[in-house]
Design a protein around this ligand. Structure first.
Ligand code: PRP
Ligand code: URA
Length: 212
């Protein structure tokens, strides 16, 4: 598993506002969208393209277009929905699949309540969206579903990651056995015994969409 921490002053600036306990849902949603655009630029760096020529008003330009098969974007319900628009704007040709996962608040084990994915992902690049990589249980489940369906690579875009979650994914997906990449704005200090990232930003789903 490869990890990229995007080191950019705008990312740090927006992430700081996102963390702020005084930031309300409308601004939180806007910041999550903007951060996903910035992280998405790095996450899509290795997307497959093929040569294409176009005529400009003054000549012929050698360029590229996205190669087939088109990528798949997978937001993890619920909080990953807050990142979907931004990545779909960057990759409008991509298909979109859905995985619903929820953590048990006591055991911290993630269980699956919805799966809408193509059955065969052979040769396709998948981009998983989940703002919080905490214990890593949710992402391990989602990435395993995509690799089991034949995805050629899985890139997880996370606004924040905990060292414990990154270590778990590193163990589950060793670099020599799977093409798995995590792109994040920051690796925070640790998890609380309730599985919250410290200093983190609290419950991402609640801050985006309200307390259930
Ligand atoms: C949160 C978050 C991640 C998950 C991360 O989801 O959005 O999906 O926890 O935790 P983990 O790395 O320990 O698995 P939650 O289960 O609270 O559901 P929600 O998105 O519906 O709020
Ligand atoms: N899920 C969240 O929304 N926040 C955390 O800090 C950990 C998991």
């Amino acid at each position: 598993m490869q990890t990229t921490v995007v080191d950019h002053p705008l990312v740090a600036h927006k992430l700081t506002s996102l963390r702020d306990v005084h930031t309300g849902s409308p601004t939180f949603r806007q910041l999550a969208d903007e951060l996903t655009t910035l992280l998405g630029y790095e996450a899509t760096r290795t997307v497959s393209v093929e040569p294409r020529q176009v005529q400009t008003p003054v000549g012929t330009a050698d360029g590229v277009r996205l190669a087939l098969p088109v990528p798949l974007i997978v937001p993890i319900l619920r909080a990953g929905i807050g990142m979907l628009d931004a990545l779909a704007r960057l990759l409008p040709e991509a298909d979109i699949g859905f995985v619903g996962l929820v953590r048990d608040e006591e055991t911290l084990v993630a269980s699956t309540y919805a799966t809408r994915l193509p059955g065969d992902l052979t040769g396709r690049a998948a981009f998983v969206l989940d703002p919080m990589l905490a214990t890593g249980g949710s992402l391990e489940t989602a990435i395993t579903m995509l690799l089991d369906r034949g995805a050629a690579s899985v890139t997880a875009v996370c606004l924040l990651a905990a060292p414990e979650g990154l270590a778990r994914l590193d163990r589950a997906f060793p670099a020599d056995t799977a093409s798995v990449h995590v792109v994040t704005a920051c690796v925070d200090a640790r998890l609380t015994n309730k599985g919250y990232i410290v200093p983190g930003l609290g419950d991402a789903g609640d801050r985006l969409f309200g307390v259930i």
